[in-house]
Every structure is written in C-alpha cells, then in structure tokens.
Write a protein that binds this ligand. Structure first.
Ligand SMILES: Cc1ncc(COP(=O)(O)O)c(C=O)c1O
Length: 379
C-alpha cells in the first residue's frame, strides 16, 4: 500500500464565501474528505497491484486535482481534448491523448504541447498514423503511439488482431513515432463489479488474442492501457493490463453508484441548489435544471430521475427545464421550504463539471477553497 497523501488544502488564500449559505446557486460543491478518500483508495489499489495509474482528467478538468493525483503516485495523465492537454502540460510531463488524432487543427494544437511533455496518442487507423507522423515530423518531435483495440464497446478501436498488428507495424516503421503499446476502453461493462465475471473473462480472451498476435509479430506491447471506473477494482484480474485510466472515480456520481462501483456516500461532488418554489403540491422546484445537472438518464431506466437529493436519496429530480429542476416529493414526508439549500447528486458528474467555471471545496457547511475548471471548453 502507498502511504496516503495529506488532506487536500487550498494552495492560496481563499477569499470566497465561508459557508454554503454564501454560495450563489446552482454551484458544484465537493466534499474534500470524500475527494481525498477517493483519490487515496484508487492510488493505493493501483500501487498494491503494481498497475500504473494514468487518471483521465475529463472528469475534473482541473490542474489542482491533477496535482493531487500525481502527488499520490499517478504515472501521468490522460486527456481527451487538446484543451485538456494544454492545461495539464503545466502539471505533468507525461500525457496520453486518448482520442483519435484526426483533423489538422487538432493535430497542430496537440503537437504544440510544450516539448518536455512526453506525448502518447491512441489511434486506430492508417490515416491517423500517417497524419500524426507527418505532424510530428513538422513539429520536430517524437510521439509515442498506443494502437487502440475495440474490445466490445464498438466505439473506436480496431476489430481484429490482424489489424492491430498491421497498425503496430506501420507505427514502428515511422521514424517520428514510437510504438508504445495497446489501448482499450471497456466502457461497455456496466454491471456491478460482483457481476462482471463473464464480461471480464471475455475481455481477458480478447486482450489475450491481440497481445499474442502482436507478440508473435515481434511487437509485444510495452504497455497495455485500459480501465474505466466501473471495472477499476477488478483490473488485477486482467493480467495483460499494465496501466489504468479511470476518470469518474475522483468524484463518482449517481450512475456509478447505481452500477455498484461506489456508494452514494463516496459521491464527492453535489450540485448545491436553492428551493425556489413549492407552490405545486407534492413537488419542490430547485434552481438546478439541465444547465446545472446535465440530462443523462441512468442506465437502469427503472431508477428514474436526473439526480437525487444527497440527504434524501429517494427524492429525485424527476423533470427539468433549463433552469428548473422538479423534485418529486410524492414518496416522502420531507417538505423543503422556499429558500432551503439542497445538495443534489448528479447522474453524470463529468458533464456537470464541464458546465461550470468554478468548483467549491467544502467540509460540512464550511467552504474552504474553490478552483477553476481550467480545462473546460475548447478555447
Ligand atoms: C478512452 C477513455 N479512457 C478512460 C475513461 C475513463 O472512464 P471512467 O469515466 O469510467 O472512469 C474514458 C471515459 O469516457 C474514456 O473514454
């Protein structure tokens, strides 16, 4: 086990609201104790199994949280946008761009990352290899490449071991590129960890086939990079995997809890909202609508709603307008009053973070710090 890091503390003087009551709502607030526990737990898991942790920053988009991940032993960071790469280049010199590097403007910006940054890119096509190699040559730098394989999500990735071998060979043949391994994302495994046996067995088989083919071709992958938050805790049962890239684990959310990959108590980020109307019976309206909570449904449609009240998890946001969220109170005797503050656990936290400029760090009612969501947007 790695030693646990110190609690998260403000890097500078915080001069904002001192308590939750002073925050203008809706606003994302993060329980600093839960955040630290989530970071510690995952860092300790990865270290105890000898797996490199390269967290995906898409969830927090914040150099402050990234620093906390690196301080706890993360080997580098994973990004999906060039904006994330630019912002995270200030805190790490090891970035994986886990998104197809297609399109001139995207490539140009990607290769403009400060030269000390070791860039790795995952890709799945000949066109991406050729364009990346040309852009790397023009930029006078070398780029590492993971060949991306589709292992069941059917989003990106080559769908045969033969194709993986031919892409790896092509990468190895380009002077500006370094073949660095294999990447996959098992985003299709969305069942509780205890019920993942069959899917993990299929995943092991799929990975084994590709790794064996690459090895037989003299292209044994130096790294095999995978890992999502729902599969995080069983990564050690995937012997091929050397690196994981979970993102959601920092904050967790209702979707992750619904999948059984965390508990509601481990959800660190809530949306602080104010009850603005109770005039319609059996409901309360809060000032958090789609523009504060996003609109992601849960995988299990029988669990309705777009978020749940943290202290009353049976009370869900059943309907939304852009700036209104309707709390369904029919199943509870709890009756909040106009002006009350409520904290809502969002279904999908990554989208909520992306909708905000600033996040507040709190312990109980006390606000200790805030930080910008510096890598949001496309700027
Ligand atoms: C390529 C890739 N890697 C890692 C992750 C992180 O997965 P999770 O959010 O389940 O932690 C994602 C999430 O979208 C992803 O797309």
């Amino acid at each position: 086990m790695t030693p646990l890091a110190d609690p998260i503390t403000s890097p500078g003087a915080y001069t904002g609201p001192a308590t939750l009551a002073g925050i203008e709502t809706p606003a994302p607030v993060v329980d600093l104790g839960r955040l630290a526990a989530n970071l510690d737990r995952t860092a300790a898991y990865a270290a105890s199994h000898g797996i490199a942790l390269r967290p995906h920053v898409k969830t927090h988009k914040s150099p402050l949280i990234a620093r906390e991940q690196l301080r706890r032993g993360a080997a580098g960071l994973t990004c999906a946008t060039v904006r994330e790469v630019e912002v995270m280049s200030a805190v790490t010199d090891d970035v994986l761009f886990a998104y197809p590097p297609i399109g001139g403007p995207r490539l140009h910006r990607l290769l403009s990352a400060p030269p000390p940054v070791r860039l790795t890119v995952s890709l799945d096509s000949e066109a991406a290899i050729d364009a990346l190699a040309d852009a790397a040559a023009a930029a006078g730098r070398s780029v590492r490449v993971y060949v991306e394989a589709d292992v069941g999500m059917h989003r990106v990735g080559v769908t045969s071991a033969e194709h993986a071998v031919s892409l790896a060979r092509r990468v190895a043949g380009r002077r500006e590129l370094e073949y660095a391994g294999l990447a996959f994302y098992a985003g299709h495994i969305r069942v509780p960890p205890a019920k993942q046996d069959e899917r993990l067995a299929q995943l092991n088989q799929a990975l084994g086939t590709i790794v064996d083919a690459l090895t037989a071709a003299g292209l044994k992958p130096p790294a095999v990079s995978g890992g999502s938050t729902p599969t995080l805790w069983r990564t050690h049962e995937l012997p091929a995997v050397t690196e994981i890239r979970p993102g959601t684990y920092v904050y967790n959310d209702r979707m992750t809890a619904d999948l059984g990959a965390c508990t509601l108590d481990q959800c660190a980020l809530t949306v602080l909202a104010t009850v603005v109307s109770t005039s319609v019976p059996d409901q309360a309206v809060v000032d958090a609508g789609t523009k504060a909570l996003g609109r992601d449904p849960l995988d299990d449609a029988s669990h309705a709603g777009f978020g749940a009240v943290a202290d009353h998890p049976d009370v869900v946001v059943s309907r939304m307008s852009e700036e209104h969220g309707i709390l369904d109170l029919r199943g509870t005797s709890w009756r909040p009053e106009t002006g009350d503050l409520v904290r809502i656990i969002p279904n999908h936290v990554c989208v909520v973070v992306h909708l905000n400029d600033v996040v507040y760090g709190v312990r109980g009612e006390r606000v200790e710090m805030s930080w910008p969501v510096a890598a949001r947007g496309r700027v």
